[in-house]
Design a protein around this ligand. Structure first.
Ligand code: ACO
Length: 431
């Protein structure tokens, strides 16, 4: 919907232009500047895209001030309470909640796509014993385009759908294989009698030598974490997937690009960084010292798991996960978790500190997710991989939306050039 326009006038008043304003369903409107350069010969400048919308999207809505997160219009709190990860996947991919038959069919299809081509499994032997699981994940996801040629036609809706099911189903299998490689254990094949999160626990922790009993609380906690991480509109990794895919690259390559973007500590790598930070702090007696480091402009240390580009009051996912953290620790018998106690203490100190209050810095979802993963026996280096398992559906939903958007273009930002002006080549003997 379009409402009244902004008028942009050049500094000398010689040129002016009407910039249309477009309104979404909810949330701030956008000023459409697409014709600005053509008509005015000037670009806009917004490093980090802090005030720039890159596309139309019907998938996820975030209100950073109110702490609202909705998938396809459903508040994440309701989905966390009533839904399952597989149902949320359906919702994100197809736009509406499924009926019973649709859900059963979808869940069966995901289950039946979990096995990897055997050739892909051999990749894992080639990695060093100490390879980071995220390095293996991005490489093996990228390699999928070498195996599944039948889903490379991005203009074929059926091929796109098979791709979506395939990548959602196989990501946990690849993640588990990366983990098994890192601990030197045999790879465990997926089991079709298990649900999504149960099967992942089986592939991670079962060994061929003895039966493995799946803990229902652990499966429930994983399912919840995956729901909370499933999508977050145009975040760094999702924008990367859209950008890579905008060139018409095959979808496996676009998702591999997203995995790589997720790895950074300012994004998905934060859950790993939080645990390493808590270990570094060690005990409550050191909190003051580390808070001072986080506030010191000359010290690169930041309080990991604090702050968010969009949420400036609270992260609704953090509230849900904090509760789950209590439940998981209690039910798994960790009545005394020094790491969780330290996290709670650190949170309280930071929340009362004027530096964090003034800059609107609150705990984000990843302040707590690592503590749950740790309680479930998942090693720190696997935390971002777990995030990737949950986020894959968001990446796929956005890739699908972009590919089918008639107005989508190759992503190609411009720049403010600050390098040397034209100069003449000087032969090497004269330099
Ligand atoms: N510790 C200390 N100071 C911080 C922190 C922090 N965690 N986060 C932001 N600040 C300060 C900045 O130094 C800046 O100060 P200034 O105004 O004096 O320069 C101010 O708060 C604003 O921060 P920006 O970096 O400009 O905010 P931005 O939106 O660019 O960054 C980000 C957000 C990357 C999440 C940042 O808060 C951060 O690095 N947090 C720690 C890493 C983290 O937890 N990332 C996970 C994000 S959630 C996710 O991906 C699931």
């Amino acid at each position: 919907m379009t409402k009244e326009a902004y008028t942009l006038t050049s500094p000398d008043g010689s040129k002016s232009m009407e910039l249309p304003v477009r309104e979404g369903t909810v949330g701030p409107a956008v000023v459409d500047i697409a014709k600005l350069y053509k008509e005015q010969g000037i670009f806009t400048y917004d490093p980090g895209f802090v005030a720039t919308g890159s596309c139309d999207s019907k998938i996820t809505y975030i209100d950073g001030e109110q702490g609202i997160l909705m998938y396809r219009g459903y508040p994440v709190e309701q989905l966390a309470e009533h839904s399952s990860f597989i149902e949320v996947c359906y919702l994100l991919l197809y736009g509406d909640l499924p009926n019973k038959q649709q859900l059963d069919r979808f869940a069966t299809s995901i289950t039946r796509h979990t096995m990897l081509n055997e050739g892909m499994l051999r990749f894992f032997n080639g990695f060093r014993y100490d390879a980071h699981p995220m390095a293996m994940l991005s490489a093996v996801v990228g390699s999928m385009s070498a195996y599944y040629h039948d889903t490379m036609d991005i203009n074929n809706p059926e091929a796109r759908d098979v791709f979506a099911h395939r990548i959602l189903a196989k990501l946990p299998t690849i993640a588990a294989a990366a983990f098994k490689k890192s601990v030197g254990q045999p790879f465990m094949y997926p089991r079709n009698d298990l649900g999504f999160s149960e099967n992942l626990l089986h592939m991670l922790f079962a060994v061929p030598a003895e039966p493995y009993e799946i803990d229902s609380v652990a499966a429930q906690a994983l399912d919840l974490l995956f729901i909370l991480h499933a999508d977050h509109e145009q975040n760094c990794s999702t924008s990367t997937v859209r950008m890579a895919g905008s060139s018409g690259a095959n979808p496996y390559s676009a998702i591999a690009a997203g995995v790589s973007a997720l790895w950074g500590p300012a994004h998905g790598g934060a859950n790993e960084a939080v645990l390493r930070m808590l270990e570094q702090i060690g005990n409550a007696g050191n909190i003051k010292k580390f808070i001072a480091k986080a506030k010191d402009k000359d010290d690169p240390f930041r309080l990991m798991g604090f702050g968010h580009r969009v949420y400036k009051n609270f992260d609704p996912r953090a509230t849900i996960i904090r509760e789950m953290c209590h439940k998981v620790l209690k039910q798994l018998g960790h009545t005394n978790s020094p790491l969780f106690e330290l996290a709670l203490e650190l949170e309280q100190v930071a929340l009362k500190d004027p530096y964090f209050i003034d800059k609107n810095l609150y705990p984000n979802v990843d302040f707590y997710s690592g503590i749950i993963y740790r309680a479930l026996g998942i090693p720190t280096s696997m935390f971002t991989v777990m995030f990737a398992i949950g986020r894959t559906v968001g990446w796929v939903a956005h890739w699908q939306e972009m590919i089918t958007d008639p107005n989508a273009k190759i992503s190609r930002p411009r720049q403010l050039y600050t390098g040397p002006a034209q100069r003449d080549y000087v032969p090497i003997a004269k330099r």
